[in-house]
Design a protein around this ligand. Structure first.
Ligand code: PMP
Length: 357
């Protein structure tokens, strides 16, 4: 068969805001063949800010505009692992707002660089647990209050974890796109939780369309949601090098929509996925299929494989391709870093490796 090349041109997009969403749905060939299911990835890395969080950023800003909280020249303040900040900074540039981003020091340099390039004012804080008043989320809330008092244009706090404009973005856009792109022929959806916006919004939309669709949650090690969904107790064990996911509390975005059925929500499958089992999936995806993905996508694909195995062959399962691996080049694609964490890496990743002499 001839190489299909460019298969669809689509409509002209009218600027940055209009370029958010309507991302392709891509068949993940190797894991589909491995499981006998059709496993698809929603290509959120193709959003103009490079991640799934562009959608939430846009809806948070629109919501604040609608409520009259954000005026021309105003400031958007947010605590973020990086991607929401990048989305907010770029949406802010497109709409005429400034951004102040509070980020834990532990997040990748590549995301911090992108925030600086986008023109955001960056405040790096130590990575401390949520219960600590200096946690990046709480710190950003206080900073927003202070800036709102002193800045003539005012300021808003994005508050992505507990601002349900976040999950509305996925209920109104990501969910309907997945439903339309699969022609309603979808049996399962699964993703990890950062804020829970994606899982809650997509899960709610798909369940409303067809209550038989399984909604799955893939938890990285070190997060507390697997234990919470299983026993009602927030407990975490182990750790993960993935960024942007791994929640330790029930956020407002999860509440209701993103919880298990016994808590009145839409989630009916949950699993833990380790870095050891999931990183090889994205290394193969890069080397054998051409897609270079980040660590949260590894957890998502690992979860999709587990859901596929649980459901059996012949099912169609969708997950999220959150962002590009280049955002973590010095971590998940650096063999010295991986070695220091006792994590596996393929031989082609070793510097100096030559496939062809
Ligand atoms: N993957 C990455 C790389 C992210 O930055 C995030 C958001 N922090 C997620 C996944 C999780 O998305 P959500 O906040 O919608 O749960």
């Amino acid at each position: 068969m001839a190489d299909p090349g460019v298969t669809s041109f689509g409509a002209v997009r009218k600027g940055f805001i209009d370029s958010i969403g309507n991302t392709p749905l891509i068949r993940l060939n190797k894991v589909s063949e491995l499981t006998g299911c059709e496993i698809y990835g929603k290509a959120e890395f193709l959003n103009p800010g490079g991640s799934v969080k562009d959608r939430a950023a846009l809806f948070i800003v629109r919501d604040a505009e609608k409520k009259g909280l954000l005026k021309p020249g105003g400031v958007i303040v947010e605590g973020t692992a990086g991607n929401t900040g990048i989305g907010l900074a770029l949406v802010g540039n497109a709409k005429g707002y400034k951004t102040v981003i509070v980020i834990p020091k532990t997040q990748s340099q590549e995301k911090k660089d992108m925030l600086r390039i986008a023109g955001a004012t960056l405040v790096e804080v130590p990575a401390v647990p949520y219960k600590n008043p200096n946690n990046y989320v709480k710190y950003s809330g206080r900073l927003a209050e202070a800036i709102a008092k002193s800045h003539p244009g005012g300021a808003i706090w994005g508050n992505q974890f507990d601002n349900i404009a976040n999950r509305e973005a996925h209920y109104e856009t990501t969910g309907p796109e997945i439903w339309a792109q699969t022609g309603g022929k979808i049996d399962g959806f699964i993703c990890a939780i950062g804020t829970g916006g994606t899982l809650a919004g997509v899960g709610k939309y798909l369940k409303e369309k067809n209550p038989n669709i399984r909604i799955g949650m893939a938890d990285p090690m070190g997060a507390a949601m697997y234990s919470y969904y299983s026993t009602g107790v927030l407990e975490s064990t182990g750790s993960s090098i993935s960024e942007g996911i791994g929640q330790g509390r029930v956020t407002a975005n999860l509440d209701g929509w993103g919880l298990p059925a016994h808590e009145g929500g839409n989630v009916d499958f949950w699993c833990q996925v380790t870095d050891e089992e999931s990183l090889p999936l994205i290394y193969d995806l890069l080397k054998e299929e051409g897609f270079c993905m980040g660590g949260s996508t590894a957890i998502n694909i690992g979860g999709a494989v587990k859901l596929a195995k649980e459901m059996g062959p012949g099912h169609t399962i969708v997950t999220i391709l959150c962002d590009l691996g280049t955002r973590y080049a010095a971590k998940i694609f650096d063999t010295e870093f991986l070695k220091s964490k006792n994590l596996p890496y393929p031989e082609w990743m070793v510097p100096g490796y030559r496939e062809i002499d």
